[in-house]
Design a protein around this ligand. Structure first.
Ligand code: NAD
Ligand code: MG
Length: 394
């Protein structure tokens, strides 16, 4: 029986992973080692009981008494804190889902790779902040990373048995998010609620707003560069409002392989779970006559400054990715708190990058985890200052 762990089990990706495991037979089909979550300890405990996990870990110490109480009599261990989450990644599991949101997902993923495990990677922030480190650790320990982001799963599938040297271009599709058809001038005043109304995908709050700003796509461009090792100039972004093509690979003979399917993350989660085989998945089947048309358009870089910023990050390399992601997370916090406007998120990130750029080279030889965490911390501080300065100046 295969053993599994889920990091970020109570989130959108975590719940969908849980759904697939339960449909497959739950504890009869998989041995669950560790499940981790954030504040929702009741749900975490419920999942741990259903899968008969060895241990459940919540992110905050404050949640531990409630987690213990909810697990009383089950024989399931309870623990709390970032250290305990990282330690849970040391426990032997064949397959680990990395679905914590944000840079907090980096350390547990790295720990799993150091044990040579298979890491299903939804946490794109790990590759953006520390791509070279993550890929080097995987190679050094014979670990495998399977992409779970729908675009990267699509590219991975389109590349099946192909020679990466024959790849000319990778085309990431983007829905354009909730505000894609708004007039430019109205974007400055978009609210959190408006940015949350994603047309096609039901996801966590942070990634949904990052989709509206295309910061999500900008992270994915960097993720593509780091994971597949292609040059930045080979990566294109195209708006595709229907979200039925999940991404494409163009080869040197002009052929394009596109991955299509209903917009349902259980496809890419299930692909990573069943890889290298395929199994039945409970996703809707496309009726192409019903779909009738697929549309595409070039993204407007004035509307989506994040797409321009990710190119600068890739040109600088080193620790620029760590700074970019941290500044973006802080800018998003300030937008969620109502301090800054929707378009000011990009301004916060751009200003933070320009203040820190002399330090990015540090990570160019071979970045260490300490370098990455130090840059993450520094960028959060700088971005906080920049955002505080902008507050109220919308
Ligand atoms: P989410 O916010 O729904 O869930 C995040 C999970 O991480 C929860 O279990 C939460 O409790 C936990 N968590 C949050 N902060 C934490 C911290 N500091 N320490 C430990 N645990 C913490 O997020 P999501 O939408 O499921 O996204 C998870 C990851 O997958 C992100 O990296 C996201 O970019 C990526 N992703 C998500 C989707 C999607 O459809 N939701 C698609 C592609 C990629
Ligand atoms: Mg994606």
């Amino acid at each position: 029986m295969r053993s599994i762990s889920i990091f970020g089990a109570t989130g959108s990706i975590g719940e969908q992973t849980f759904d697939l495991l339960m449909r497959a037979g739950g504890p009869e089909a998989y041995r669950t080692v560790a499940l981790t979550g954030g504040r929702n300890v009741a749900r975490l405990a419920g999942m741990a009981r259903a899968l008969r996990a060895d241990i459940a870990v919540c992110a905050d110490d404050a949640g531990l008494p409630a987690l213990r109480a909810a697990l009383a009599g089950s024989g399931i261990e309870a623990a709390a804190g970032a250290g305990a989450i990282a330690d849970a990644a040391d426990r032997p599991a064949d397959w680990l889902m990395s679905a914590i949101v944000g840079a907090a997902g980096l350390v547990p993923g790295l720990r799993a790779l150091r044990h040579g495990r298979t890491l299903a990677l939804a946490n794109k922030e790990s590759l953006v902040t520390a791509g070279p480190l993550l890929m080097a650790e995987a190679a050094a320990h014979g670990a495998r990373i399977l992409p779970v982001d729908s675009e990267h799963s699509a590219i991975f599938q389109a590349l099946n048995a192909e020679d990466i040297a024959c790849v000319e271009r990778i085309i990431l599709t983007a829905s354009g998010g909730a505000l894609r058809d708004w007039p430019m001038a109205a974007l400055a005043n978009a609210t959190v609620k408006e940015a949350m109304a994603h047309p096609n995908w039901a996801m966590g709050q942070r990634i949904t707003i990052d989709s509206a700003s295309m910061f999500n796509k900008s992270l994915e461009v960097i993720e593509t560069r780091e994971f597949f090792g292609v040059e930045p100039a080979q990566i294109e972004v195209i708006l595709h409002p229907e979200s039925l093509i999940h991404s494409m690979v163009g080869f040197r003979d002009g052929a394009i392989m596109a991955h299509m399917g209903a917009p349902d993350m259980r496809h890419s989660i299930g692909y990573a779970l069943n890889w290298p085989s395929r199994d039945h998945l409970p996703v809707a089947r496309l009726d192409l006559a019903q779909v009738a048309t697929l549309t595409f358009r070039a993204p407007d870089l004035d509307r989506y400054p994040a797409l321009r910023l990710c190119r600068e990050v890739m040109a600088q390399r080193g620790l620029a990715g760590a700074a970019f992601n941290a500044a973006k997370e802080v800018a998003l916090d300030h937008f969620l708190a109502g301090g800054i406007g929707f378009m000011q998120m990009a301004s916060v990130v751009e200003e933070t990058l320009s203040r820190l750029s002399p330090d990015f080279r540090l990570g160019n030889a071979m970045m260490t985890l300490e370098d990455v965490l130090a840059m993450d911390h520094l960028a959060r501080t700088r971005a906080g200052e920049v955002a505080a300065h902008m507050t109220g100046s919308r």
